[in-house]
Design a binder for this molecule. Structure first.
Ligand SMILES: Cc1cc2nc3c(=O)[nH]c(=O)nc-3n(C[C@H](O)[C@H](O)[C@H](O)COP(=O)(O)O)c2cc1C
Length: 151
């Protein structure tokens, strides 16, 4: 479907998988078609079938991408993202110096490749609390609004 979102996540201990599943449910409630996939197994060229991509990722190794995200991140260079939109959310930890930096790396890369960011980057500290879930609700609404007003 042309207006579908690819919701791609990387998760080691499960928090970001939960974030992705929560977002998936919220998008469905907003009648936004969405397909959820793990980053490790999602071929970047499939992004051609989607209007937008939501990346959900943790951060590892002093502010680096998780291992599961490296191939996807590198392969982004090989695809045409102009005209597509993106959004970024994820759980990481404020105990680390570079809080949620993997999302910032994706932000720079996706913008550089010509995609448009639909809403602000949403960083969650460890497990999502009620305030985080409210922020995730707003995040979904903002992405859907952006998608509708884009063209
Ligand atoms: C060895 C290690 C290094 C980490 N490094 C960072 C980091 O540099 N920045 C950050 O924000 N979080 C860091 N984290 C925290 C994780 O991103 C956080 O635990 C996250 O919620 C894990 O997500 P997951 O449950 O989806 O795997 C690190 C965690 C571990 C275990």
């Amino acid at each position: 479907m042309a207006d579908k979102i690819a919701l791609i996540y990387a998760s080691k201990s499960g928090r970001n998988e939960k974030v992705a599943q929560y977002l998936g449910k919220q998008f469905q409630q907003l009648d936004q078609p969405v397909e959820i996939a793990e980053m490790m197994t999602f071929p970047v060229e499939k992004l051609a079938d989607f209007a937008g991509v939501v990346v959900v990722s943790y951060t590892y190794y002093e502010g680096q991408l998780p291992d599961e995200a490296v191939a996807f991140f590198d392969d982004l260079e090989t695809t045409d993202l102009r005209g597509k939109y993106y959004a970024l959310a994820g759980s990481s930890s404020i105990q680390h110096r570079y809080f949620g930096r993997a999302l910032d790396l994706f932000d720079q890369k996706l913008a550089y490749l010509g995609a448009q960011r639909a809403t602000a980057v949403l960083k969650i500290n460890l497990d999502s609390d009620r305030a985080d879930l409210a922020r995730l609700d707003a995040f979904c609404q903002q992405v859907v609004d952006f998608a509708h007003n884009k063209d």
